[in-house]
Design a protein around this ligand. Structure first.
Ligand SMILES: [Zn+2]
Length: 176
């Protein structure tokens, strides 16, 4: 963890004077601002806690879809909630089969570059079997055209095999 090595000295340069208007006769701190830029390789392992949602992401890595059920009113939340939003009871984890029905979707032709996903990006709203509220996530593998996507079609949770940048990307929906 941490610093592996500092390699070669890459360059010596003078950082810009942030207040040139204060020094019309020239930068009095020019020598002080001379710095050396190094190449610095680092390798970090994060031990990251996603609070009460951690189990959801851990189980996604195990290819299981879990959510929460309220022992007070019996509601099963599609998106897990540590506390029932209806009756404020602390919920319990429950595994769902991962099958469901597409109840809505949106097709985006533009997504921010950091998302690293192909376009069109289809955001789907799915009513999972066994859940009372919908779950929203990307729909993939719908064929060569978004015209193939129909509200009411059966879908299922699929799990990513490749490495992902965020644990939420461990899953997506696809036609069942
Ligand atoms: Zn409840």
């Amino acid at each position: 963890m941490g610093l592996e090595q500092i390699n070669t000295l890459m360059e010596v340069f003078t950082a810009e004077d942030p207040m040139p208007f204060m020094h019309p006769e020239g930068d009095p701190w020019k020598d002080f601002r001379e710095v050396m830029r190094l190449e610095w390789k680092m390798d970090f392992t994060y031990k990251h806690v996603l609070g009460k949602y951690s189990k959801f992401f851990i189980e996604l890595a195990n290819k299981k879809f879990v959510t929460t059920e309220c022992p007070g009113c019996g509601k099963v939340w599609g998106i897990p909630r540590p506390v029932c939003a209806d009756c404020l009871t602390i919920t319990k984890w429950k595994e769902l089969p991962g099958t469901g029905t597409l109840v809505g979707y949106s097709v985006s032709q533009f997504v921010p570059a950091f998302m690293k996903v192909e376009i069109p990006y289809v955001l789907s709203v799915v009513k999972l079997d066994g859940a009372d509220t919908p779950f929203t996530h990307q729909l993939r593998n719908y064929g060569d055209s978004t015209d193939n996507i129909k509200v009411g079609m059966p879908v299922k949770v699929a799990y990513t095999e490749e490495k992902v940048d965020h644990p939420l990307l461990l899953m997506y929906f696809e036609p069942a």
